[in-house]
Every structure is written in C-alpha cells, then in structure tokens.
Design a protein around this ligand. Structure first.
Ligand SMILES: [Fe+2]
Ligand SMILES: [Fe+2]
Length: 231
C-alpha cells in the first residue's frame, strides 16, 4: 500500500506542537519551525532526497516522548511542566523518543538522531557525547531546537534576528558545533529567518521536501499505526 508517511507524521506533529506549547511554553508550530530550519541547514550541507525526507520526519517528531516521559517517569499530569517538582531529565525523554520511532518506515539510517538531539558539541549534554560522535541530523536539530526555544518566543522582528546572532556567538563550539552554525549563517539572513513567523510556514516546508507516497509493507503500516495514537 502507498502512503504519504511524511504527511501523516506532519499531522501528528500538530498534536505534539500543541502539547509542547502548553508544557514548555514555546509558541505553537515549534516542530514545524525546527523542521523548516533543519531542512534549510541540511540542504546547505548538500543533503537531499530521501535523507532530507527522513530528517524532516525526525525534526517534526524530535520531542515525541515529552508527554509520555512526564506521565510514565515522573508520574505527573501534564498540564504544566513548570509545576513539576523534579527537573526535566532530557536524556530520558530522548531515550523514550528514540524507542518510539525505531519501527517507523524511514528510508535511510536515522539511528541515534532522536537519542542525541540534546547533546552538546563539547560533550556536556545528557549522554556526554562530543560533536564528532553525534549524527549530523541530531546536531542540526539540536541547533534549530535551541534557536526556536531561545529566540522565537513572540512575534519575529529585527530584534529576533539580533538575538539569533548573539545566541549563535555564545554557543559556538560549546553547545553547538561550528560546522552547523556556519551552514545556518550561510543559508539564513534576517529576511528569510523572519519568514518562520509567517502563516505559510508549512507550505514552505513541503515545497522544499515533497511528500512522495511510499510503498509500505503490512508490517510497516502496523508500526505506523502503533506510533500514531501513542504519541
Ligand atoms: Fe527534546
Ligand atoms: Fe523541541
């Protein structure tokens, strides 16, 4: 059977965006902005085709285990993360997220992308991995996730772009590796960064990453069905 896997996962990420907006107070469309930025950076690095589609799926689903982590590990309700007594353990949400997506019908090797999406370039992240040990897609998603959380908190303006540049300077080499930052700065200017705040974001994403229908086996469809309601 042929299915639009990216379209389905994109729809699923709507729900994740709403949950994350409530829990960690990011503005909505967080995953879409992270996906769009990640795709632009990856394209700049020469990534294309099926790899770009898989990166998009990973970026859309990078926080797929956030509610599950809070409910299962912290035994809390998920109404507001700021009221949790325990600090959020990023590593655990990464492990759960990696496990959840492992049977999805990816077309390339995306092992450890979700697992290491909070690793810092200098090894100070949850699993202590240095940037040379982290898959490229995890490094790109880490950069774009942090940028969105730190800089895209309200309406995007020229000040937002200044914040982005200051942030990149502050984290260069320690939190995020230079290679990703350099690609980001090559592809983004103030003008196209501000497009992230527009209503057309999703169309911009799908124009870069066409949603081609994939031929799936029965087992792959079963895995997809298992993932969707559990997210
Ligand atoms: Fe995360
Ligand atoms: Fe995130």
């Amino acid at each position: 059977m042929k299915l639009d896997v990216l379209g389905l996962l994109g729809a699923c990420s709507y729900a994740l965006d709403c949950v994350e907006a409530e829990l960690v107070h990011v503005t909505d469309k967080h995953a879409k902005r992270v996906a769009y930025m990640s795709v632009c950076v990856a394209e700049q690095m020469g990534i294309q085709g099926e790899s770009l589609q898989d990166l998009t799926a990973c970026a859309l689903l990078h926080d797929n285990a956030l509610t599950q982590y809070i409910q299962e590990e912290l035994h809390s309700d998920t109404t507001d993360i700021s009221k949790l007594e325990e600090p959020l353990q990023l590593g655990l949400h990464c492990s759960l997220g990696e496990r959840n997506i492992q049977d999805l019908p990816f077309q390339t090797d995306i092992r450890n992308v979700i697992l290491y999406h909070h690793e810092n370039a200098d090894g100070s992240g949850p699993f202590g991995k240095k940037w040379t040990e982290i898959p490229l897609f995890a490094r790109i998603i880490h950069l774009c996730d942090l940028l969105d959380l730190t800089c895209c908190t309200g309406t995007l303006t020229s000040d937002t772009w200044k914040k982005v540049k200051d942030f990149l300077q502050a984290v260069n080499g320690s939190v995020v590796d230079e290679v990703c930052i350099e690609a980001f700065l090559q592809v983004f200017s103030e003008e196209n960064f501000l497009l992230l705040g527009g209503d057309d974001l999703e169309n911009c994403l799908w124009s870069k990453v066409p949603r081609i229908k994939q031929n799936l086996s029965f087992e792959q469809i079963k895995s997809l069905a298992k993932f969707l309601p559990g997210s």
